[in-house]
Structure formats: C-alpha cells, structure tokens
Write a protein that binds this ligand. Structure first.
Ligand code: KG4
Length: 311
C-alpha cells in the first residue's frame, strides 16, 4: 500500500479449493497452507509492487480475531520482518480492516459511520468513531450470516462457499413467496442482535418435510429473510444515532441482492458504501490500508504482542 490509499499489489492465495470437500474451513489445513505459501506470497507481493524489503516503512498483519494457527503464521512473519528491518509492526483487528476496504477505492477516509461486517465468521454492527474506536452495537447470538449461507448450501448439496451459489440459484425462483418467518421481529427497543441458527434450522426442516420442493424458491426465501434482518438493523442504528453513512463489508457484502435491498430502503440523505466484490472478501490490502493510519499517528505494536482468537 502507498499512503494508505493506493494498492500497489494485492496477492491472494485462495484456500477455497483445499476446504471444498469439507464444505467449510478446516483450521489445521488452513494454517499448514498458510505456512507453505507465506514466503512465496511475500516475495510475489514485493515483485508485483516492484519494490524490495528496503522500501518498506512499516509492516502490518492481522492479530485478531480468527483461527489461531493461521493468525500466528502471518503475525510471526510480520514480526520477523519488522525486527530485521527495524520498522514498525502494526497489529490489526481484522474486522476494522474489513470496514476500511471501501476507502481503498479512491474515497477519502472519514468518521463517523455505521459499520456492518458480514462474513463467514462474523455478523456485527459497529458505531465507528475513529481509528481503533469501534463501539460494538450488536452481533449474532449464534451463527454468522455467511455461515448460514454455507450450511444451507451444504444441506442442499449446492457447493462451497454457499453464498455465491445461493445468490445465483435464488435469481431463478419463479414463485417469490415468504416460506420462512421474519427473524427477530422488531420490539421497538434498540435491538441490534442478529440470529441465523433458527432460520437455518427452519430451512433444513422444510427441505426434510418437502423433499420435492423447488430449491430455487427455498433459497430465495432463505436469502430474503437473511438479508432483510441486516438491512433492518443497519438502518435502525443509522437513524437512532443520526449517522448517514453506512459501510457494509465482508464476504456477504458482495451479494447483489443485499446491495439492492440496501439501496431500495435508504433515504436520499443516507449513503451506503460497499467495497467492490474483490475487496469484500479477505485481502491484505485492507489490513495494510488501515495500518497506515496507525503508522502515521505513531501507534505501533510491541514485538511481544500475541494473537487472539477473539476481539
Ligand atoms: O469475508 P470472507 O471472505 O471470509 C471470512 O468469513 O472471513 O467471507 C466468506 C463468507 C462465506 O460464508 C461465503 O458464503 C459468504 O461470505 N459469501 C456470500 C457471497 N459471497 C461470499 N454470501 C452471500 N452472497 C454472496 N454473494
């Protein structure tokens, strides 16, 4: 990253093919694959950017949250680079990095905004007030929304990851009925909880009971209910807190139906900001990008910092 804005290389080693046969991420396989590719990936990133180690001003890596084995490999590698080159190490909260992704595409970074993070491991809503200042408003009480897409897809044998397959299949639904009930109807309170385990179970039970039902219509109704809760929560937060800018990031943010539901439901003075699909899913540019702001404000990490599975 250059100046926290310009991506000069963004190399991704996708592990999707390694985990496909298990229909989900296997932690041991993930960390071993990280270890196998990390040195080559670092070399490739430098080569594509046409720079060498000596050109680096700081090095950043995700410190939390995530799978401990995978986090360790990246953070230890970053520590080794920082120590050897005597440059600052910036340890980053992965969720904060996701919310920075839309600011890698020519948009000026600003505060405050409402941040919705929707991925395979997290569904969380934040009031983002500054660098490192994320006030949690609510999160899922059970499954993450992406996890529900993956599990429904697994049950229907549609493939992995489930999100993109379900999105495509839902577009083919002829009958657009609400088969499944609305999740967590509004109580009138500031309720920012999310929940996806009940919807997932309702879908699975429905399929067991109606084995010949049209799959496209089932996943259509599942997707509508899953996304409707996200839209409702994010708009409630924005309106209660009187914040007009809303950032939505993470793998599920690449869902086109979510993008149109958000656009349809917002008022003219509300602004929905979503990164392009490549930057919605996990990438290193967003980590280096948010880290730049820590770097220029002198907030570097100690080399003794440890990884953490949770935020
Ligand atoms: O952020 P991400 O790449 O990885 C982490 O979970 O950290 O998100 C992956 C998740 C998976 O659960 C995947 O099914 C979901 O994002 N996803 C989608 C779509 N594309 C990816 N969910 C719904 N619609 C999509 N188009």
């Amino acid at each position: 990253m250059k100046n926290g804005k310009e991506i000069i290389s963004n190399c991704i080693f996708s592990q999707i093919d390694l985990h496909r046969e298990y229909s989900g991420v296997v932690p041991e396989i993930a960390s071993r694959a990280h270890l196998e590719v990390i040195n080559d990936l670092i070399d490739r990133a430098l080569a594509e950017a046409q720079i060498t180690f000596g050109d680096l001003d700081y090095v950043a890596a995700t410190q939390k949250p995530g799978l401990i084995g995978s986090l360790l490999i990246a953070l230890q590698s970053a520590k080794a680079i920082a120590y050897t080159l005597r440059i600052p190490l910036i340890a980053i909260n992965h969720l904060e990095a996701h919310l920075y992704a839309p600011f890698l595409e020519g948009r000026e970074f600003f505060f405050p905004f409402i941040g919705l993070l929707v991925s395979g491991g997290n569904t969380a809503l934040y009031h983002v007030k500054g660098i490192g200042e994320l006030t949690p408003l609510g999160k899922t009480v059970d499954d993450a929304v992406g996890e529900a897409f993956d599990k429904v897809s697994k049950f229907l044998n549609l493939g992995y990851p489930g999100g993109p397959v379900i999105e495509r299949l839902a577009q083919k639904a002829r009958e657009k009925a609400n088969i499944f009930p609305k999740i967590l109807s509004d109580t009138g309170e500031d309720d920012y909880r999310f929940s996806y385990s009940g919807l997932k179970t309702a879908v699975i039970n429905y399929i067991k009971k109606h084995p010949d039902a049209d799959q496209a219509e089932i996943v259509y109704s599942f997707q509508e209910r899953a996304l409707e809760l996200l839209v409702r929560r994010v708009l409630t937060a924005a309106r209660k807190l009187k914040i007009r800018d809303i950032v939505v990031a993470g793998g599920v943010a690449s869902n086109g139906r979510l993008r149109s539901l958000l656009q349809e439901s917002t008022r003219d003075d509300e602004n929905i900001i979503i990164p392009s699909p490549l930057l919605c899913t996990d990438n290193a540019a967003m980590v280096a990008g948010i880290a730049y702001h820590y770097y220029i404000s002198g907030k570097e990490s100690e080399l003794t910092i440890d990884v953490s599975a949770r935020v």
